[in-house]
Design a protein around this ligand. Structure first.
Ligand code: MG
Length: 195
C-alpha cells in the first residue's frame, strides 16, 4: 500500500530542511547572521556574532517559519520554471513593487519579535544589505526569481537581531540587584505546584 508522504517534522528536522532549502538557493546561515549582527551591533556594539547565529538557527526550528521558508522558496522556484499562469507568473517573476505578498510573509516572520522585529525588518527591506542585496540584484537577472526569498531572509535577520537585543536586555536586567527568581515570586502568589 502506498504510504502518504510525511507532513509533520520535529524541530531538528525542520531546522535541517530549512538549512538545506536556503543553501539550495545560495543562502548560508552565516549570511543571515551577518545582517543581524550588522544591524544590532549599531545599537549594542558588545553583542556577540555567535548569538546571532544561534538566534537564526533557533528561528529555523519554528513550525510557522518552516512552512513560510518552504513555501516561499518553492514559489520562487516555480516562477523560475514559469509554472504559474498569467497574470501571476509575470507579477512574481518581475517582482512587481506593489505585489506585497512577499512582504506580508516577511512581516509575519518578524512579528514573532514584536513591533521592533517588524521595524527592523522594514529597515533591512529598505536598505538591502548583504545577502538581501545580492538576492535582490540576482533576482533581476534572467532565470532567477528571489521575490519571496529576499523578504524571508531579511525577516529572519530582523527577528534574530531583535532576539539578540532582547537577550542583551535580559543580561542587563539580571545584573546587580535586579535578579528575581520567578519561582520564588510565584510562591508568594500562592503557587504550590511545580510549573
Ligand atoms: Mg521580495
Amino acid at each position: 500500500m502506498k504510504q502518504n508522504p510525511k507532513i509533520i517534522y520535529n524541530r531538528e528536522e525542520m531546522c535541517d530542511l530549512n538549512i538545506k532549502a536556503l543553501k539550495s538557493r545560495g543562502v548560508e546561515i552565516a549570511d543571515i547572521a551577518a545582517i543581524a549582527y550588522k544591524q544590532q551591533s549599531k545599537y549594542t556594539p558588545t553583542i556577540s556574532y555567535d548569538r546571532c547565529v544561534e538566534s537564526v538557527l533557533r528561528l529555523l526550528t519554528y513550525r510557522d517559519i518552516f512552512h513560510y521558508i518552504q513555501l516561499g522558496i518553492e514559489i520562487d522556484r516555480l516562477a523560475e520554471v514559469k509554472a504559474f499562469r498569467e497574470p501571476i507568473q509575470s507579477i512574481i517573476e518581475q517582482d512587481l513593487g506593489l505585489f506585497g505578498c512577499d512582504e506580508t510573509i516577511g512581516l509575519d516572520i518578524a512579528r514573532n519579535y514584536g513591533t521592533i522585529g517588524q521595524t527592523n525588518f522594514g529597515d533591512i527591506d529598505v536598505n538591502k544589505v548583504g545577502i538581501v542585496r545580492d538576492l535582490n540584484e540576482q533576482g533581476k537577472t534572467p532565470g532567477h526569481v528571489h521575490t519571496f526569498l529576499d523578504d524571508i531572509v531579511g525577516a529572519l535577520a530582523a527577528a534574530a537581531s531583535t532576539r539578540v537585543a532582547q537577550m542583551h536586555n535580559e543580561d542587563i536586567a539580571l545584573e546587580g540587584d535586579n535578579q528575581v527568581d520567578i519561582f520564588e515570586l510565584a510562591k508568594s502568589h500562592g503557587r504550590t505546584k511545580k510549573i
